[in-house]
Design a protein around this ligand. Structure first.
Ligand code: GLN
Length: 378
């Protein structure tokens, strides 16, 4: 059979989590917390299952969940959303991203992404027959060079994919970035896909600048979110996409043939749980505390770092420690030192010279302390 993704292997996240398991290593690689959602959320799911909410949900999602999401968007991003036309609940943000790309990208279209880029965008574009155009951003600031973006845009450019807070760099878009993007959207006939799954993890007094807050951008965008990131249940695979009616109606045409609809009792439970702001408005503070505790513990290591701006990821530069490639170094760390991380190369088209690994600090203090002890010995 002819492969649709001849150059793709198993993702680095699955590979490193698997290696961590085999080596009995502390797993700071794949991004997931080692703690769970609150029992209250489990009780709600349980209750809705027992009450008989177990058949197909509407294809765009349970109405009460769409209502609560719209309220949240109104409050946080000052946008009024039509719950019947502008939201679709998805099987995680990955499915939302995939569906949006299949819907927007036609064979021959060009799609701009920024390196290092989360690994799901390029394969989805390839599956749609599109061409990826990669614009590099550089350590340590990872700023987007908007002049380069303007230079890259041509009549074939269909989509720009942005991801803020960014996985893996932790970079967050600034108001100036939003202005630059608005100018691009005004001057060119293209669309934006904005992956904002780490919206509630933004540090040091920064604010999350959502595409949803800009009318100019919103009218050309689909924005994706994730409950797994927000409520510590990445395995539940529930997220959502938001966008203007004319885009979301096309999105839903594809969505119905990809998954039709998403886990019903979980959606009802999430609706009740999301109603209370206290279930998510402390996250930035909590994760900043974790980041700071972990980085304090790493002060005496030979790793270099700039505190991450957002997400639950931190980049570490190991140039003073080893000349190995990032892939070799990450494997050696796991096998010899019992600590699994993610090398940065898989976020680029080709392996890079940079000596960077990514760690996930969404872990309980005991794990962060044990991990830091190991890293201090290297
Ligand atoms: N988003 C997570 C990460 O960046 C994991 C994604 C995955 O395993 N597909 O590590």
């Amino acid at each position: 059979m002819r492969s649709k993704l001849p150059k793709s292997n198993t993702t680095i996240f699955a590979t490193m989590s698997d290696l961590a398991k085999r080596c009995n290593a502390i797993n700071l690689s794949q991004g997931f917390p080692n703690y769970s959602s609150q029992p209250k959320l489990f009780d709600l799911v349980n209750r809705y299952m027992h009450e008989g909410f177990n058949q197909y949900a509407p294809l765009n999602g349970v109405e009460t969940l769409r209502q609560v999401i719209a309220q949240k968007i109104g409050k946080l991003y000052q946008r009024k959303i039509d719950i019947d036309k502008e939201i679709c609940i998805t099987a995680g943000a990955t499915q939302a991203v995939y569906t949006a790309i299949q819907m927007m990208v036609h064979p021959g279209d060009e799609v701009i992404i920024f390196d290092p880029a989360f690994d799901i965008y390029a394969p989805a574009v390839k599956m749609a027959g599109g061409k990826i155009v990669r614009i590099p951003t550089h350590y340590p600031n990872f700023d987007i060079d908007w002049d380069r973006v303007n230079d890259a845009i041509n009549s074939k450019t269909q989509l720009i994919i942005i991801n803020s807070p960014n996985n893996p760099t932790g970079k967050t878009l600034s108001p100036d970035d939003i202005l630059a993007l608005e100018l691009i959207v005004k001057q060119n006939d293209l669309f934006i896909l904005s992956d904002e799954v780490y919206e509630h993890m933004v540090f040091d007094g920064r604010k999350h600048h959502s595409i949803l807050s800009s009318s100019i951008l919103y009218n050309r965008s689909i924005v994706t979110f994730s409950f797994g990131k927000t409520f510590h249940n990445t395995g539940w695979k529930v997220g959502y996409a938001v966008g203007p009616d004319y885009l979301m109606s096309e999105f839903k045409k594809l969505h119905q043939f990809i998954v039709f609809s998403v886990n019903t009792p979980v959606q009802y439970a999430l609706a009740d749980y999301l109603l209370e702001e206290k279930h998510y408005n402390h996250l930035s503070e909590d994760y900043q505390t974790k980041r700071d505790q972990f980085l304090d513990l790493l002060q005496d290591t030979r790793f270099r770092f700039l505190p991450t701006n957002g997400t639950y990821f931190q980049l570490l530069d190991y140039a003073e420690i080893s000349n190995l490639s990032d892939m070799e170094f990450a494997i050696e760390l796991t096998q010899k030192h019992g600590i699994a991380t993610i090398p940065l190369s898989p976020f680029y088209e080709k392996p890079t010279e940079q000596k960077l690994i990514r760690v996930c600090f969404a872990k309980t203090p005991d794990v962060l302390i044990a991990a830091a002890e190991k890293l201090c010995k290297i």
